[in-house]
Write a protein that binds this ligand. Structure first.
Ligand code: 1HS
Length: 257
C-alpha cells in the first residue's frame, strides 16, 4: 500500500530548518506533500539544506531569519506568505538554542539570548503566521521540552524558556482553537543525534556523568531525531484534529520516572 500523503497541498513553514530536527521535519513534511518555506539564521547551511531538499524533488523556498528579531520576523513572514499566495497551513516553531548555568552562574546576556530565541522567537513567528492561518485554519507545533516540565541540572535559562513555551502553547490553544487553529507543543527528551544533543552531552565531563544522565531514562537510551519528527508530523496532521493545547512528551518515560 502506498503511504498516504498527509500534507498534500499544504504550505508549511519550519524555523531552524537548515539542520537537525528542523531539517528532518521539513524533509518529512515535503515527502508527504507539503510545499515548504524553510527558515534559518545560518545562510550557508540554509542554502545547502534547500539544495538537498530540492534535489529530492521537494518545493522549497528558503529565507534567512533570526527569529528573535521583531522586524525581521514580520518582514520575512510577509514575504513568504505572499509567495504562498496568502495561505499558510502549518508553522513548526523548531528554532531554539541551549545554554548552561545555574541561576548564579548564568550571565544576563546568556539568559536574555535563550529567552529571546526560544520564547520571543516562538511568539513572534506565531504572531506573524496567525493572520494568514486564520483565513482557512491551520496548525502550529511549538518546541517545548521535558526541560520545561522538570528541572535539568545547570540549565536555568533553557528550562525557564521551555516552560514558557509550554505556557504559551496552552494559552494560544485556548484563544485560537475556536478559530480553526490547533496549537500544540512537542516535549522531547534527550536526542543524541543533533547538534543540540551533542552540545548538551558534551557538558558531561566523564563517562560516569553521561551514565547518570542516561539513568534518568527508563527506556534505557536517548531518543533519535526521527522519533521526535514522527510525533511532530502527527501533531501537524489532520489525524490530530482533537489534539489541542497538548504538551506531548516523547521522552522514553523520563518524566514518568
Ligand atoms: C534537549 C532537550 O530539550 C532535552 S533536555 C533533557 C536533558 S536530560 O534529561 O537528558 O539531562
Amino acid at each position: 500500500m502506498e503511504m498516504s500523503k498527509r500534507f498534500q497541498g499544504k504550505q508549511a513553514v519550519v524555523t531552524g530548518a537548515a539542520s537537525g530536527m528542523g531539517f528532518d521535519i521539513a524533509k518529512r513534511l515535503g515527502m508527504e506533500g507539503a510545499t515548504l518555506a524553510i527558515l534559518d539564521i545560518n545562510q550557508d547551511a540554509l542554502a545547502e539544506a534547500a539544495q538537498v531538499l530540492r534535489s529530492d524533488g521537494l518545493i522549497v523556498n528558503a529565507y534567512q531569519l533570526d527569529v528573535s528579531d521583531t522586524t525581521a520576523v514580520s518582514n520575512c513572514f510577509n514575504h513568504l506568505i505572499d509567495n504562498f499566495n496568502g495561505t499558510l497551513d502549518i508553522l513548526i516553531n523548531n528554532a531554539g538554542i541551549a545554554d548552561f548555568g545555574m541561576v548564579e552562574t548564568t550571565e544576563s546576556d546568556v539568559w536574555n539570548k535563550v529567552m529571546a530565541v526560544n520564547v520571543n522567537g516562538t511568539y513572534l513567528c506565531a504572531k506573524a503566521a496567525l493572520p494568514a492561518m486564520k483565513q482557512h485554519g491551520g496548525t502550529i507545533v511549538n518546541f517545548g521540552s521535558i526541560a520545561g516540565m522538570v528541572g535539568i541540572p545547570n540549565m536555568a535559562a533553557y528550562c525557564t524558556s521551555k516552560a514558557a513555551v509550554i505556557g504559551l502553547t496552552k494559552q494560544m490553544a485556548v484563544d485560537y482553537s475556536k478559530l480553526g487553529i490547533r496549537v500544540n507543543c512537542i516535549c522531547p527528551g534527550m536526542v543524541a543525534d543533533t547538534d543540540m544533543g551533542r552540545q548538551i552531552l558534551g557538558t558531561d565531563e566523564s563517562e560516569a556523568l553521561m551514565q547518570k544522565r542516561l539513568s534518568k531514562y527508563p527506556i534505557g537510551r536517548f531518543g533519535k531525531s526521527e522519533e521526535i519528527v514522527a510525533a511532530v508530523l502527527f501533531l501537524a496532521s489532520d489525524e490530530a484534529s482533537f489534539v489541542c493545547g497538548s504538551a506531548f512528551t516523547v521522552d522514553g518515560a523520563m518524566t514518568a520516572f
